[in-house]
Design a protein around this ligand. Structure first.
Ligand SMILES: Nc1nc2c(c(=O)[nH]1)N[C@H]1C(S)=C(S)[C@@H](COP(=O)(O)OP(=O)(O)OC[C@H]3O[C@@H](n4cnc5c(=O)[nH]c(N)nc54)[C@H](O)[C@@H]3O)O[C@H]1N2
Ligand SMILES: Nc1nc2c(c(=O)[nH]1)N[C@H]1C(S)=C(S)[C@@H](COP(=O)(O)OP(=O)(O)OC[C@H]3O[C@@H](n4cnc5c(=O)[nH]c(N)nc54)[C@H](O)[C@@H]3O)O[C@H]1N2
Ligand SMILES: [Mo]
Length: 752
């Protein structure tokens, strides 16, 4: 999913959860979705940590918890503000930490004031007593770690959830601490690497913004002329404009009004590589878009679900991609660590590795030479995948990938046993390195950063403050980096231990470096003239900063107030299709947003279109099951997994089922607020609230009661087919990232 937050990933790492005294799991179900990560949580529990699960469902994770609180989907902000209010009122907050490291935390206290335990109970639908039990257990034990995942992101206010969670943790001084942190358990193998490398439409690799300066920096890195690069785009404006998101592209095909956001034309062709796309909300709209495009290409080891959903009969191609065991290279794990992967077998039959397919495209489109120039980096040919890794070692300075070299990763791969899982520290030949060289890994001498934002270790041991360099509108309207806002400093008070300079600082530049007591020779000065640490290819600025014990990106305060965001302070806003219509006036959604990832997105107009809950009275939670992955394209093609879980279903509380005369095992029709409807089996369950149904997101291949099995090329249909839950998930997208609001959907049901 498109993500403009950048710099994502866990602050700590999986083994570190064994050091926690309390683990709060909100909007994640690791027992099902991260069974290996769950081992560390259970070890933590054996060490005495209390486990809290807050979820609309009683999940397999909840079953392992000491405390479970059920809340209504989309209400975590009210819960978190309630926690902050309680923490401050009872003097459980770490005031010194807040003063030293957090900008404008006082405004959060003011905002939190309205969220009394009774208000939390009303908005979230849990009791005030249960809420108080949770906050006491969490705030009175230290260190505490916070885990979240898709239960927090798939909302119109998803980014506000992901801001307020860390803010709450800072009130307890839990960030930058062993056993603390925000541990966001990510989705796919290498999804962290995919965002680090910018498989996204709003950033360049390493989260460099898509502005002229960064494009010029990258044209240098890629060793191509900036003007040539610009010539690949229709205009300079388009070059610097966010593209469509995974979630918004269908509207760029089917809604003519979006052409003006896209240089005057609707989208005409789609290349889909390594993604399901039937997993986007409102699959019937995806189908409409697929039917309408001029050209559709899938690059996939399996028959992509979407190829079967569309009715098109021509100009659709499936290029067989090799699987991960047929390829090699670096992959990044959920905790920002990189690992080397070796090829197990050469690609079978006609399959090719993904990069080879992309290279073939580049050849036919006439830019292969430019595409591969920096891989060669002056040599006659390149070595794959090592030279690709070396390219990002050189280019991606922002998050510190300089030290993540193929040589170090390969040596770590050969010496796994020499690392301690609790600290990630290596010994013997890998002494002085942390496992996976988690970024930032500032140089080939730096060990990596297993726990971010620690000031109790030196920068050369993985210490750092928060990133400095927030921007504000300058006199000409363009963003400029500022060191203060509203009369308050944005710089931290203390440096990590071992620093030669005392007090916070902005990012290191050629202009300011000497003010930190660092001296450069005349020759060095000449080399870095006009540069800052993230575009200095000589690395002089980074290396000198490290020598002096300073973090190259500066040492600033975390922002509790984001003055350039839609909501400066996170705010509870009801979902577009709210189960609590009575709360919509008090907590309304955003105004409609034009040109959001090139699409005009409805917020208020959708929320106010009708009293949704009157016609669609059931709240839907979607999520995953342990036997299947993503679309289930791969796992439903496994006989064994299909045997374990072969059928799509809806979990329904017996009390709700009774209202509709539905028996356990009956088929029901589920109608979405869009045009979609699906026929699924009702399965009685106490895991869901009496107001909700739960449906897995892992099925496809049936379409509103009809089988699509005949549309698969012969011999390729998966063993297990099922209705796709996204045919009935509602319209709605996060205000910043455009992540679909699939966790807050309303439906109506009837017995089939
Ligand atoms: N077996 C298996 N493992 C997987 C995957 C898979 O498909 N199958 N997918 C992988 C991927 S891509 C990802 S991103 C991760 C996702 O991992 P998770 O985020 O753990 O997955 P989900 O099951 O989607 O949702 C987690 C929980 O959030 C709850 N929830 C829903 N809405 C809300 C809410 O508003 N507030 C709160 N507090 N909770 C809410 C749901 O009931 C669910 O229990 O899993 C990865 N692991
Ligand atoms: N209702 C609802 N919808 C959801 C969610 C939810 O919780 N609820 N969760 C959302 C989330 S977090 C995610 S990540 C998505 C699921 O994410 P998707 O990406 O849509 O699902 P996957 O099945 O993981 O899709 C991967 C595709 O890549 C192919 N593939 C596998 N390996 C390779 C490879 O090496 N190369 C290439 N080229 N292809 C490969 C697979 O065959 C498959 O077709 O679903 C989203 N949709
Ligand atoms: Mo995901």
């Amino acid at each position: 999913m498109a993500n403009t937050l950048g710099y994502g990933g866990m602050t700590n790492h999986l083994g570190d959860m064994q050091n926690s005294k309390v683990i709060l799991i909100m909007g994640a179900n690791p027992a099902v979705n991260h069974p290996v990560g769950m081992q560390h949580i259970l070890k933590g529990k054996e060490n005495g940590a209390k486990i809290i699960s807050i979820d609309p469902r009683y999940t397999k994770t909840s079953a392992h918890a000491d405390l479970f609180a059920r809340i209504r989907t989309g209400t975590d902000i009210a819960f978190l503000y309630g926690m902050i209010r309680y923490i401050v009122k009872n003097n459980l907050h770490d005031k010194q930490y807040l003063d030293e490291r957090v900008f404008d935390w006082e405004s959060i206290v003011v905002e939190a004031e309205q969220y009394t335990p009774d208000v939390v109970a009303n908005v979230c639908g849990c009791t005030a007593e249960k809420f108080l039990e949770v906050v006491k257990l969490f705030a009175e034990n230290s260190p505490g770690c916070l885990i979240w995942n898709q239960g927090w992101t798939q909302h119109t206010i998803g980014t506000s959830n992901t801001r307020l969670g860390p803010i709450m943790q800072m009130f307890l001084g839990n960030i930058g601490k062993v056993g603390g942190g925000c541990n966001i358990l990510r989705g796919h193998d290498n999804v962290q690497g995919a965002s680090d490398m910018a498989n996204l439409s709003d950033i360049l690799p390493g989260y460099y913004p898509i502005n002229e300066g960064s494009w010029k920096y990258y044209s240098g890195q890629w060793q191509v002329d900036y003007e040539w690069l610009k010539g690949r785009f229709k205009t300079k404006d388009m070059m610097e404009k966010k593209g469509f998101a995974l979630s918004t592209w269908p509207w760029g095909v089917i809604d003519d009004e979006n052409a003006e956001n896209n240089a005057g034309t609707p989208l005409k062709a789609l290349i889909c590589i390594g993604n399901g796309i039937s997993t986007i909300t409102m699959t019937h709209k995806t189908k409409e878009a697929l039917d309408k495009l001029d050209l559709v290409v899938f690059i996939d080891p399996y028959v992509n679900d979407a190829a079967v959903i569309t009715d098109r009969t021509d100009n659709m191609f499936l290029l067989p991609a090799a699987s991960q065991v047929e390829s090699s290279g670096s992959v990044a794990a959920t905790n920002r660590s990189y690992q080397w992967r070796s090829q197990v077998v050469k690609p079978l039959y006609e399959a090719k590795e993904d990069h080879d397919i992309l290279f073939e495209f580049a050849k036919r489109l006439g830019f292969y030479e430019e595409f591969t120039r920096s891989l060669k980096n002056g040599k006659p040919s390149y070595e794959w995948p090592e030279d690709a890794t070396r390219e990002f070692n050189r280019a991606v300075k922002t998050i510190g990938l300089q030290g993540v070299t193929p040589e170090r990763m390969k040596r770590q791969q050969e010496n796994w046993a020499l690392f301690d899982p609790l600290t990630l520290r290596g010994s013997g030949v890998v002494e002085g390195e942390y496992y996976g060289l988690p970024w930032p890994c500032w140089s080939d001498k730096h060990p990596g950063t297993p726990i971010m934002y620690r000031t109790d270790v030196s920068v050369m041991e993985g210490g750092m403050g928060f990133r400095a360099g927030w921007t504000d509108k300058g006199p000409d309207g363009k963003p400029v980096v500022v060191a203060e806002k509203n009369g308050q400093t944005l710089l931290a008070v203390n440096e990590p231990i071992g620093s030669r300079f005392k007090g916070g600082h902005l990012e290191i530049t050629a202009d300011n470096i000497e003010s930190f007591g660092i001296t450069l020779t005349a020759e060095e000065k000449e080399k870095v003239k006009g540069k800052n640490w993230k575009n200095d290819n000589t690395y002089i600025l980074v290396n000198k900063a490290l020598e002096a014990g300073l973090c190259p990106y500066g040492n600033g305060k975390a922002r509790a107030r984001a003055w350039d965001w839609a909501d400066q302070l996170p705010k509870h806003r009801e979902p577009l299709h709210s189960f609590r219509q009575d709360l919509v006036a008090k907590y309304p959604t955003f105004e409609d947003k034009k040109d959001h990832y090139r699409t005009n997105i409805r917020y208020a107009s959708e929320q106010n279109k009708q009293n949704w809950v009157a016609d669609f009275p059931i709240n839907v939670v979607t999520g995953r099951i342990v036997e299947h992955m993503g679309t289930g394209t791969e796992t439903r093609a496994s006989k064994y997994l299909a045997e374990l879980s072969g059928e799509m279903y809806a979990h329904i509380h017996p009390t709700l089922a009774k209202k509709y005369g539905v028996d356990n095992g009956d088929m029901i029709w589920v109608h979405g607020t869009g045009e979609g409807k699906i026929k699924v089996k009702a399965v009685y369950s106490y895991s869901v609230a009496e107001t909700d149904i739960f449906m897995p997101q892992n099925f496809s291949g049936l379409w509103s009661g009809k089988s699509l099995v005949d549309k698969y090329p012969k011999g390729t249909a998966p063993y297990a087919l099922g209705e796709n839950s996204n045919q009935v998930t509602s319209y709605g997208y996060d205000i910043v990232t455009a992540c679909p609001e699939t966790k807050c959907t309303l439906v109506r049901i009837e017995k089939a």
